[in-house]
Design a protein around this ligand. Structure first.
Ligand SMILES: [Zn+2]
Ligand SMILES: [Zn+2]
Ligand SMILES: [Zn+2]
Length: 324
């Protein structure tokens, strides 16, 4: 059983997963101790047989993704979230969901190698799971993310992403919402819609764009080649995006991951989808986006201590290279 604990001095949350020690050693990749075991995400495995399948919206026979509960969940599916406050200590039992998307039937597929239509299937799976979780009132937030490569936290090679349905709104999103709401009150516009307009006018940090999506290297990027993908038309949730949006998003993702692989030697990365909270799916002041973070620099003492990142690659340079 895990619990969410809020630090009384910083208000940061941590999931204390007291049963995580059970995680089998053979999933932890250490040189020389790799246990050979069958990939749980390959066709024929019991996990795949029991998984929910989401076929592609135009090519259902060919492209699919599979969704299954995480074998080592950080959150418990059963029960109700209960907040306990003892003096300065706030705890919520970690009720929600923790799922795995098997992004492809092919064990060695990567986003850089996939056809855009294969990425469309993954995005369709994400959209379906957002819809699935939307009526669960225990859940305040659904976070979809991907860890690619061992250094980025992936314990399995087979292409996969994850979903965490959690009973609190993550502080990262709270902060973005607060900034967005303030901007909206002052200017009557969404902060991200304004940013997109300004960045396009400036032309220095736009890696590339298509009719519906823009790929930016953020002004104050924390990491080399950090990027953000944003819809060019305002929207705060992912579950209402159209099939045409998915096609256009897969197009920019395919281009970005191919370019990243060529330019940076198939780097490890994380990406995450930031959407509005479950209870407020349509916000004028929150603009959904994907943050992509290549993991090529270490987060070290200065970053931990100051919360300020040292980035050796200017985003203007990164945008030029990624757009090239
Ligand atoms: Zn596999
Ligand atoms: Zn907007
Ligand atoms: Zn964000």
């Amino acid at each position: 059983m895990a619990e969410l604990r809020r630090d009384p001095t910083t208000r940061r949350w941590a999931i204390i997963a007291t049963d995580r020690w059970k995680r089998p050693n053979d999933l932890i990749k250490k040189p020389g101790t790799k246990a050979k075991r069958a990939c749980p995400f390959d066709a024929g495995s019991p996990e795949i047989a029991a998984a929910t399948v989401y076929p592609h919206f135009t090519d259902p026979d060919k492209w699919k993704v599979w969704v299954m509960p995480n074998k080592y969940p950080a959150l418990t599916y059963e029960g109700m979230p209960k907040t306990t406050i003892k003096g300065p200590f706030t705890t919520i039992n970690a009720v929600g969901g923790h799922e795995v998307f098997v992004d492809s039937a092919k064990h060695s597929a990567t986003l850089a190698k996939m056809k855009p239509v294969e990425i469309e299937a993954i995005l369709n799976g994400y959209r379906e799971r957002f819809k699935f979780w939307k009526d669960d009132t225990r859940v305040k937030y659904v976070l979809i993310f991907k860890n690619y490569g061992q250094e980025a936290g992936a314990s399995l090679v087979h292409p996969h992403s994850q979903l965490a349905a959690i009973p609190v709104v993550p502080p990262t999103v709270v902060e973005e919402m607060e900034k967005g709401e303030r901007h909206y009150k002052d200017r009557k516009h969404c902060i991200m819609c304004d940013l997109i307009r300004d960045e396009i006018a400036l032309g220095q940090r736009v890696a590339f764009l298509n009719e519906r999506f823009i790929v930016l290297c953020p002004f104050a990027s924390r990491f080399p080649f950090e990027t953000m993908i944003l819809p060019r038309t305002h929207g705060s949730n992912f579950m209402d995006i159209t099939n045409d949006d998915i096609v256009a998003l897969a197009d920019v993702m395919s281009r970005l991951f191919k370019r990243m692989a060529t330019l940076l030697g198939d780097p490890p990365f994380n990406y995450l989808l930031h959407v509005s909270p479950q209870y407020a799916p349509n916000l004028r002041f929150y603009h959904w986006h994907i943050e992509i973070i290549p993991r090529m620099t270490e987060v070290a003492g200065f970053e931990w201590g100051a919360g300020v990142y040292i980035n050796p690659t200017p985003p203007e340079e990164a945008a030029r290279e990624l757009g090239g």
